[in-house]
Design a protein around this ligand. Sequence first.
Ligand SMILES: [Zn+2]
Length: 397
Amino acid sequence: MVHNIGELVTNVAGTGEGGPLGLRRRAAVLIEQGEIVWVGPDGDAPNADRRIDAGGAAVLPGFVDSHAHLVFAGDRAAEFAARMAGQPYTGGGIRTTVGATRAASDEELRATVRRLHAEALRQGTTTIEIKSGYGLTVADEARSLRIAAEFSEETTFLGAHVVPTEYADRPDEYVGLVCGPMLTAAAPYARWIDVFCERGAFDADHARAILACGQALGLGVRVHANQLGPGPGVRLGVELGAASVDHCTHLTDADIEALASTRFDCMCHDGGHTTTVATLLPGAEFSTRSPYPDARRLLDAGVTVALATDCNPGSSYTSSMPFCIALAVREMGMIPAEAVWAATAGGARALRRDDIGVLRPGARADLIILDAPSHLHLAYRPGVPLIRQVLHNGVPR
Ligand SMILES: [Zn+2]
């Protein structure tokens, strides 16, 4: 039993004070075997054999980070410093990490994932999607996903991250490798398939072919889309029924209309959702000193928005969802409630999950107790460690 909760974010629309966060005051949550079994007023709380006193603080669902690249070796601090000295970001540095990752042992890769996974958990992230994409050989992509699957059930095959150097003049051949033996080796460890659809990476035809091969094997679709410039990624994602299109920094009106056209009515959130979620990754714009995506424009068009870290050693080496919430509020036109929803329930939508990102009976008991009286403090007090306690599957961490 978590009791004496001053402000409870349930993300159940129509609850308590209403609004997307479904806020309740003076509440309690009862947990049994990793699952929430009761949510209600503090005074009505049933007996429990173990009690955690929230001390009047805010409690919310654990963050759902639906976009992270944790399987890699080395870092790119020097590249970051060069960028801050004025060099532009092109995505080319991915190949540096590919070299280091291929040279690393399984145990080195596993240690990095373990460290970042623990770092994210300490900051309130109870679900984190993990992509491959720094191996780019059949064996290295398969082992990246095998290691990722030790830490998360949300694993994504990103063999189409960039065309590796050895295939630089034979991109068609590399696409054949990704669709064939690489996908076959990776699929047993992956739930999703993703492509970096961008100038300098994969064009629409290559991306469509790769994603369709993954779909044929039962993998769900996600796309890295419209990060560095306008392009076909978002519309391709919508065409293929992607769960999420990620980055969405450079969108045309047609891109927004395509996303909005996937909207359907749903009682679980104010009015409905879009089948394809726009996942915004402001850590990438922060770390590449680039203009931020316009979340306000997406939200006003009725598009469902998620926030995620894009944690990776090149363009966004943060595992902090609170940091992303603060950026989204300060730089992207979101109000705090929208940003908190996007970092919890929005991430769950982007992973097509309804058992996380929400605090209601039947949901997984993933919740965080803040060192603050309100969710507002996540954006209001940027850079401050506000996560007092994390419960993951009902277990205090
Ligand atoms: Zn990414």
